[in-house]
Design a protein around this ligand. Sequence first.
Ligand SMILES: *Cc1c(COP(=O)(O)O)cnc(C)c1O
Length: 375
Amino acid sequence: MNENKFPKINVTRSSMPDFDEYCAEIRDLWDSRWLTNMGAKHRKLEEELKNYLEAKNLLLFTNGHLALEAILRAMDLKGEVITTPFTFPSTTNAIVRCGLRPVFCDIKESDCTIDPEEIEKLITPDTCAILPVHVYGNICDNDALERIAKKHNLKLIYDAAHAFGVFHKDTPVSQMGDASMYSLHATKVFHTIEGGAVTFRDEALKARLLQEKNFGYGGEDLVLSIGGNAKMNEFQAAMGLCNLRHIEDNHTQRERVIRKYLEELKDIEGLRCWEPISGYESNYSYFPIAIDPERFGATRDDVRNALAAENINARRYFYPAINEIPSFRDYRSGPTPIAHKMSHNVLTLPMYTELSNEDISRIARIIISVKNSNK
Ligand SMILES: *Cc1c(COP(=O)(O)O)cnc(C)c1O
């Protein structure tokens, strides 16, 4: 019998507005015939996101990756960038593609973000910036990072791809560091199909970021630098305007999913879940678990395979650690035992608004059934 009773469950499922709502939003594009190049929807979404994220300055991009490259180029950085190996390749690819060299720093086991205590050992006269990641929406230790950046005169740039809609009681996440990149990709909490945004502190950076986004143009017939093309189009912006209307509802549903997982998976020896972090309003973006193979009596991959056998797709975010990928082996790295360990122990479970409580219970039962299967 290999007939599957249950439909496939993917790790994520894009949130969508009603078809009619999106159609109404794009209707006037047939009148204006203005499809991209900072049109009306683009300008409106930029304004709405700036307010929503409490950003000082915000610009939209066609995707998060090019937004991150735009930051690195706009700042005219040279030399080494201290970053985390526990991330999506985009972070480190952006560094290398901009002619910079990544230097890998270990993470904290508590929340998988960069460990500020390990950073200073890696700083040399060549260091120009720190590029940490708010992994799973867990916000980095910004106070410590700001202190280090200031002391050594380094730029602090966040990969905030996971952090859209995380709010801190004092400092808006969008105002941390010199600049942050948000990904608005279809798989993220809030999306514009493909999309990205940059929030930044210094208004003077705006002109350079705009040039990076639009071929170096600084005005009509005025090309000021060797910029690329990273403009968000009107159809993307329209999807964002629709999705932003439903963001609260989206969060409520995601919170339900996380509470249900936490209830189903509590007090299991060798299986760790993350509670939403205190002091922050979470965006409930991911549901990672960490399996300690000794205590759980089975490995992370055993769990993944058992779920896959039931047509459930859980992902090893992030595996392998970036400094274990051949193309990155030649770059400098501190010891990163925790990043290595987490990359072997972490599994992110299916997480989206429509995931039913019944499916969550079934996923939990499959995970628990694997326990001690190696003993
Ligand atoms: C999604 C993601 C990116 C890339 O964003 P895109 O919008 O897909 O280009 C970068 N960093 C991290 C950590 C991500 O999860």
